[in-house]
Design a protein around this ligand. Sequence first.
Ligand code: BG6
Length: 522
Amino acid sequence: MEAMTLEKDQTAVAPCGVAPAPPCAMVILGAAGDLTKRLLVPALYDLVLEERLPPQFRLVGVAVTPLTTADWKQSLTDMMRQFVAEDDGEFHADHIDEKAWRWLTERMTYVQGDLNDPEMYRRLRDLLSDLDKNAGTAGNYLFYLAVPDRLFGPAIGRLGAAGLLQEGKDHWRRVVIEKPFGHDLESARALNAQILKALKEHQIYRIDHFLGKETVQNVMALRFANGLFEPIWNREHIDHIQITAGETVGVEGRGKFYEKTGALRDMVPNHMFQLLAMTAMEPPISFEAEAVRAKKAEVIEAIRPMTEEEALRNAVRGQYGTGTVLGRRVKAYREEPDVAPHSTTETFVAFKLNIDTWRWAGVPFYIRTGKYMSRRRTEIAIRFHQAPFSIFRGTDVERLHSNWMILRIQPDEGIGLEFAAKRPGPTVTLGNVSMDFAYKNYFKLAPNTGYETLLYDCMIGDATLFQRADNIEAGWRAVQPILDAWAKNPPKDFPNYSAGTSGPATANELLARNGHGWRGLD
Ligand code: BG6
């Protein structure tokens, strides 16, 4: 934007208190797709508003769709306008700042080409070296793979063959990879091996958009920036932990993808395990990327491996039938487009796991996620041990309540602490009360798709919020016994929950066996 202070002083600190990223070109492979329109470009726009992009920034979109640069810009502009009009997309804004939007669109170029065609990469290389000369992008390139996962390996191979991944003393080359990173342990290992032929580990940014959520990052702040909680964050004080991601969306036209994925692969080794790692990791010795990532990998590696029999006992799956979600009648999963009429793909998963460390021995962790549940709610619920005995003998107090700490990831972001208090009055009776912290009461939340932080971090080379090869493989290793056991034993009772409910009855039985119960979603 001509008038932006960045134009005058590139090293200035942006309004959000951080310096702009270094000069670079970001290249999105798969630029005509939904991810680009719905999340990446809106996030870049937010970064422009926050003056976190340098004046030399350039955005190159690559896709096979026949478009000109002008067409591409127009389709992105239309999308931004639609967001404002509808205001229920991933990106929220009540208007588009025309100056900031122009700043970004002026820096865009579209390259039409096939990702399997080596000639396309030569054209891309020529364009990027022109940008280095004429726009000052300094040879720093960030490649974003917004493409189907089968293209990850081949596209990286071709970028490498075109010399585009070669770093130098004064320039960097980085590649961002979206999920799914493999579909089981073996394929994840093979993909890691394949891309590590063309890239060094430090050049790879495996993205998990849950880590872009402020509330997820805040779990570390809660635990390690306060003296109060960490001393009780262990088996001595914690009875069990429930991690839930309930969704009120179905498969939203993604039947083809979802049929071969299912809830376990789609949500657990990535998003749910990020929440688990943040909650259960040991304190890192610093906030350096390697220190944090090592502790996260360690705790996922400490998940106790299950035998086939344990997997069948400790994990339950569900598939939704017809039902009513948020007042709207919806079809059964098996009636969705591109879904087999007798599909055995799960849309719900719940399981119990144990972490074999001194901190967590004997503390069950319950994980639950599903589509078309009664309420959208992602939370980490920590139940503390009850008081060791009741002193309230001879009073009206029949039983003691449990203490819970609830980390609300989304929506209604915040933290709640539930405990008992004496009800006012002449007799002794107790009521369950709650102390509550809501983000919106303390902080002005910037418009955020979750990708702003992650994209900026890639540009400045901060890998703290990204997954290393070992993090990814540890996640798959932990769920592999469930995948294997389920593949051998197809479900017989699908569909086994109605859309708009909290999942199948077997999920309740899983906890009841230990005398526990899920927290309600409503
Ligand atoms: C995606 C999954 O990775 O995460 C989707 O593929 C899921 O199926 C989504 O709906 C959930 O993310 P969020 O940010 O909407 O909670």
